[in-house]
Design a binder for this molecule. Structure first.
Ligand code: NAD
Ligand code: TYD
Length: 373
């Protein structure tokens, strides 16, 4: 029986990971620690919480009392840290909370895990640890900076973050590495490319575009839309994390990506045409449209509006996942063409979820941040 502490388990990837673990493994206990910020939503895992193997704790990863309390109550074997401030645009507006959560929160988790997992000291003074424990830091390819037209990020690419978000994630990676070296803590870091799939908060590109289309709103494309992201279906990411938790070599970093590079403008156009096709195929889906009427010919590329570019906008991300594939046998199973259809179908069928997660200060935030774009 393995006990997981999954932080950020009410957010996009964390919640998908919780669902994945519950399906994949029988003999487990999962403690989700999540502070339910604007990006976290308990509704996302409410069905899963009926499973006695899952426990939810509301709290901040920076809070030593809360994290200690969990380790005192449950014999945690694995910490998987998803909790973070995750949106680049928000980090440009308000960097401080990114440094606090992403760096200090990570250090707090490491410190408390180290305290509870230590069993003594070896002859050189390094701590020794309970068997089979591991701390996994969920990181991002954005720590490597931005690529030109060619090349890929490998695990040895120098770290060169350029946004406050990626700088904070890099800071976190470095402190995880430091605990691995200085205290010989059993750690892994995974660095993943852009995820997409169900439960993605509609401030990120794909879910925002879907939401805006359904509301008949303009689709904001930053700059000229030529920026490239390397997209990975969220379930494939969850499988990679599960693999690294169980089989990753201590101390190692693993890049996770699916060789799925797309220009933003192509993503937006594909989303438009796919939504239209699905609405034409299944009349039931029209219930998701906020703009009434049977005619959907207005769902076309004219909805696209080119807006002011993001400050310091990274041009291209592209992951080389060779290490995780050759060493651990992981590979992505979902082709983008299938994943985007699955994702859009999910949004068409789960408008209640979208309404629930955007019912707080979402509108106010959007108005303040982007105006009437
Ligand atoms: P998200 O913003 O959807 O979810 C973050 C979760 O963390 C939320 O549930 C939020 O409530 C929680 N949280 C925030 N601050 C907290 C705190 N102080 N204490 C406890 N909980 C807190 O993010 P996501 O997209 O699911 O990303 C998860 C992780 O994966 C992040 O670490 C992110 O950097 C990394 N990542 C994301 C992507 C991506 O494409 N989304 C790609 C690579 C890496
Ligand atoms: P985003 O989903 O915010 O992820 P990240 O910045 O972590 O890659 O953005 C993905 C890409 O889409 C990025 O190049 C910025 C761009 N983008 C837009 O063009 N319009 C938008 O409204 C958003 C949110 C993003």
């Amino acid at each position: 029986m393995k006990n997981y502490l999954v932080t950020g388990g009410a957010g996009f990837i964390g919640a998908n990971f919780v669902k994945y673990l519950l399906k994949k493994h029988k003999d487990i206990q999962i403690i989700v620690l999540d502070d339910l910020t604007y990006a976290g939503n308990l509704g996302t895992i409410k069905e899963d919480l009926k499973d006695p193997r899952l426990v939810f704790v509301k709290g901040d990863i920076k809070n030593p009392k809360v994290v200690n309390g969990i380790f005192e109550k449950y014999p945690i074997d694995f910490v998987v840290n998803f909790a973070a401030e995750s949106h680049v645009d928000r980090s440009i507006e308000n960097p401080q909370v990114f440094l606090e959560t992403n760096i200090l929160g990570t250090q707090n988790l490491l410190d408390i895990a180290k305290k509870h997992w230590s069993t003594g000291k070896d002859e050189n003074g390094y701590p020794t640890y309970k068997d089979g424990v591991k701390y996994l830091q969920v990181s991002t390819d954005e720590v490597y900076g931005s690529l030109g037209a060619s090349g890929y990020f490998t695990e040895t690419t120098p770290l060169d973050p350029r946004s406050p978000y990626s700088a904070s994630k890099t800071g976190a990676d470095l402190i995880v590495k430091a605990y691995g070296e200085t205290y010989k803590m059993p750690i892994n870091i995974t660095r993943c490319s852009n995820n997409y799939g169900p439960y993605h908060f509609p401030e990120k590109l794909i879910p925002l575009i879907i939401k805006n289309i359904l509301e008949g709103k303009k689709l904001p494309v930053y700059g000229d839309g030529s920026n490239i992201r390397d997209w990975l279906y969220v379930e494939d990411h969850c499988k990679a994390i599960d693999t690294v938790v169980l089989n990753g070599k201590t101390g190692e970093v693993y890049n996770v990506g699916g060789h799925n590079e797309k220009k933003n403008i192509d993503i937006v156009k594909l989303t438009i045409s796919t939504i239209r096709k699905l609405l034409e195929e299944n009349k039931e889906y029209k219930k998701a449209l906020k703009k009434p009427g049977d005619d959907i010919s207005w769902i076309n590329d004219d909805l696209i509006t080119y807006v002011k570019d993001r400050l310091g906008h990274d041009q291209r991300y592209a992951i080389d996942p060779n290490k995780i594939t050759t060493e651990l046998g992981w590979y992505p199973e979902t082709k983008f063409e299938d994943g985007i259809v699955k994702t859009i179908r999910w949004y068409l069928e789960n408008q209640d979820w979208v309404e629930e997660v955007t019912s707080g200060d979402y509108q106010k935030y959007y108005q303040e941040m982007y105006g009437n774009r």
